[in-house]
Design a protein around this ligand. Structure first.
Ligand SMILES: Nc1ncnc2c1ncn2[C@@H]1O[C@H](COP(=O)(O)OP(=O)(O)OP(=O)(O)O)[C@@H](O)[C@H]1O
Length: 205
């Protein structure tokens, strides 16, 4: 269970000034996070990961307090360790596909399985510059899963995939999330894309 209540002043020129959200995420749930551009969806994921600090708020994950501004508790990202898929992938330019996964885990069987799932098993020696946009995006997803996270935060993770690839990958991810017992938040602009995957939603106006 994730119990979250935060307030963050946004650096905006026009539009919403304060991001204010209170929400509970059930364990093992998959939540679609949606809302207009600039609403603060990416900022919310970064706040949960510990990459951005809100002025006010509390985040409790499985009875452990990650953030409590009233009591000056703010765990650093390395103590939270969610699997994070960044909107711009944030891959390492000098690392091959295999390096990205080996950097995150020593479990060779898990790496093999992920490479197969992401259809990157024939491209293990390629660096990001030699991958297509869709392949880079799949690598970003695999890297996030490599640490077998209990919490997965995904920012527009399927935007570069064609619809067949997306359907197949989503079906596989559903099984993997269940196996990991992961709680998942997925930011998506596409209302249909997560049908059959997400079992909850959070609208950020
Ligand atoms: N660290 C930060 N602190 C305060 N404000 C921020 C921070 N990062 C981004 N912002 C501002 O917050 C607003 C919301 O940005 P954010 O990227 O979270 O929106 P979004 O809902 O993900 O948008 P999009 O759908 O276009 O990706 C923007 O105006 C941005 O300038």
């Amino acid at each position: 269970m994730i119990d979250l209540s935060i307030e963050k002043k946004l650096k905006v020129y026009q539009g919403k000034q304060v991001l204010k959200i209170s929400h509970q995420f059930d364990p093992g749930s998959i939540t679609k996070v949606y809302g207009p551009s600039g609403a603060g969806k990416t900022t919310l994921l970064k706040i949960i990961a510990g990459l951005v600090s809100p002025e006010k708020g509390k985040i409790v994950v499985d009875n452990k307090t990650w953030l409590d501004t009233g009591n000056k508790i703010n765990l650093p990202p390395q103590k939270r360790m969610p699997g994070f898929v960044f909107q711009d992938y944030a891959l390492f330019p000098n690392m091959t596909v295999r390096d990205h996964l080996q950097y995150a885990t020593t479990d060779v069987d898990w790496i093999k399985r992920l490479l197969f799932l992401g259809k990157l098993d024939t491209l293990t020696d390629h660096k990001p510059i030699h991958l297509s946009g869709g392949q880079q995006q799949r690598l970003a997803i695999l890297r996030a899963l490599a640490i077998k996270p209990k919490l997965v935060l995904m920012d527009e993770p399927f935007s570069a995939l064609d619809s067949d690839m997306k359907t197949e990958l989503i079906a596989d991810l559903k099984l993997i999330f269940k196996e990991l017992g992961a709680t998942v938040l997925i930011v998506s602009h596409n209302p249909q894309e997560l049908e059959g995957l997400a079992d909850g939603e959070l609208y950020i106006p």
